[in-house]
Write a protein that binds this ligand. Structure first.
Ligand code: KG4
Ligand code: ZN
Length: 347
């Protein structure tokens, strides 16, 4: 299966085999093109995907040592994401599917993240999933392909977004997540006291805007109203610790509900770009183990956006006969609980 990912600022192509072998996995980051703007510019992203996608697909096939005739399908991200970019990848996939007579699978990007642990660790359904990325922060029970039960989500910012905004406040590098993590390594998490929004409250919802505002106030209170490198490191460490605590608290609530609904389920999976954060993985692993559940986190490179996860979601769907027509329309907004799970379900 060939996978294509173009929903944000990474152009990616990968070939994955049905026995979970990743035969090739190429990710081209557009970070340098967006850096002057400190954020992803949709028009620049779409043009850049268009400039590189053909070459990347050819390279992915070459790396996998396979030709078109060796493929059993084409999977492309069809949403959610920046529509210009999604259209580039999906239209390319449709053209290949038409010319080569291959089935098309229109993949929900979030389902790509959600099923990655089955590619990397071969785990069975059901499992509890914490999906933490640039645009999303959700806890879900994953019952099967296309079968998601949402336990909670953010009421304001996504967690990756909070990392990115905090990095900007601290004048750290772009993109923010890895920059905050790097700065936090030298920081004292105890110098500043930041809130733990939602912690201790019933349910599984998150809120991060108050945490970001607390960082803003802390920066404003520093001499000159700006963070010197030492203060930036201390605030980065305090912010990361607060996020980790909140995620662990919410995860514990979700585990209680998951146990009631799925007594046989014993795995907790973390996925999405923020799951690449080592400290967050450590704190979550400890909290999950203390609840007697098994913690599963894919390697960091498969937590951030990639096409291997899209190819894998394509394989899972193809196996169930869940292919899509060439008329499938890209969806800028596409919640996980609106996915087709049976052949013939409306997309
Ligand atoms: O899943 P992803 O690559 O793209 C989306 O689907 O959104 O997630 C990107 C997000 C960004 O907000 C980025 O800052 C964050 O994940 N991220 C991290 C780390 N690496 C990426 N956040 C915290 N620590 C990291 N090491
Ligand atoms: Zn993503």
């Amino acid at each position: 299966m060939l996978g294509i990912e173009t929903s944000c600022d990474e152009t990616a192509a990968a070939v994955v085999a049905g026995d979970r072998r990743i035969l090739s996995d190429i990710v081209l980051s557009q970070i340098e093109e967006h850096r002057p703007y400190q954020g992803v510019v949709p028009e620049i992203a779409a043009r850049s995907h268009l400039d590189h996608i053909d070459r990347l697909i050819a390279q992915a096939l070459k790396d996998a040592r396979c030709g078109w005739e060796d493929l059993n399908g084409i999977a492309a991200t069809a949403g959610p994401g920046l529509i210009g970019g999604v259209l580039v990848g999906l239209t390319t996939a449709k053209a290949i599917a038409l010319v080569r007579g291959l089935p098309l699978v229109a993949v929900n990007h979030l389902e790509g993240h959600a099923l990655t642990a089955r590619l990397t660790d071969g785990i069975d359904f059901p499992y509890l999933l914490l999906l933490v990325s640039g645009g999303h922060c959700q806890l879900l029970a994953v019952e099967g392909v296309g079968l998601y039960r949402r336990y909670g989500g953010t009421v304001d910012d996504a967690v990756g977004e909070a990392f990115d905004k905090t990095a900007a406040l601290l004048r750290l590098d772009y993109p923010g997540g890895p920059a905050v993590e790097a700065a936090a390594l030298h920081g004292d998490p105890k110098r500043f006291t930041l809130p733990r929004p939602m912690a201790g409250r019933p349910g599984c919802d998150f809120s991060f805007s108050g945490l970001k505002t607390a960082v803003r106030h802390a920066v404003a209170a520093l001499p000159g109203g700006e963070a010197d490198p030492e203060s930036a490191a201390d605030l980065a460490a305090a912010f990361q610790a607060a996020v980790a605590d909140v995620l662990a608290d919410r995860a514990i609530h979700a585990i209680a509900r998951f146990r009631e609904e799925f007594p046989a389920g014993d795995r907790f999976v973390v996925a999405g770009g923020v799951a690449a954060n080592t400290r967050i993985r450590e704190v979550l692993a400890g909290a999950v183990a203390a609840q007697g559940m098994q913690f599963v986190a894919p390697p960091a490179t498969l937590c951030t956006d990639n096409a291997a996860m899209i190819a894998w979601a394509g394989l899972e769907r193809l196996r169930l006969g869940l292919t899509d027509s060439l008329e499938f329309a890209a969806r800028p907004r596409w919640p996980l609980d609106e996915l087709p799970a049976q052949p013939g379900d409306a997309p």
